[in-house]
Design a protein. Structure first.
Length: 95
């Protein structure tokens, strides 16, 4: 797995927006990633070394869909909360 392919995308929610004031950022990451890989990837993409990485795995959730109200499941997601020393600001990620 390459360094760039660990981060799927940046989270944009109310919770993460409030956390960004404390230099904590949320990212969706791949299922096979771990703290070390996320740390390397964030450092490569944003050019700053993270202080701390916390990973949370959200379980898949049931939803109703269709006319028959059959039950389907949303995929579970893995989220990394990354604490940075300085705010990222309006930095555009390197691709």
């Amino acid at each position: 797995m390459s360094t760039k392919s660990v981060i799927i995308g940046k989270m944009v929610t109310e919770k993460v927006t409030k956390m960004e004031k404390n230099n904590v950022y949320g990212f969706y990451v791949t299922e096979k990633s771990n703290k070390d890989k996320v740390k390397e990837s964030v450092e490569y993409v944003y050019g700053q070394k993270p202080l701390k990485v916390n990973i949370v795995k959200r379980p898949k959730t049931p939803r109703r869909a269709g006319k028959q109200r059959r039950e389907i499941y949303d995929a579970g997601k893995k989220i990394a909360y990354v604490t940075m020393e300085k705010p990222l600001g309006k930095i555009v990620a390197r691709s």
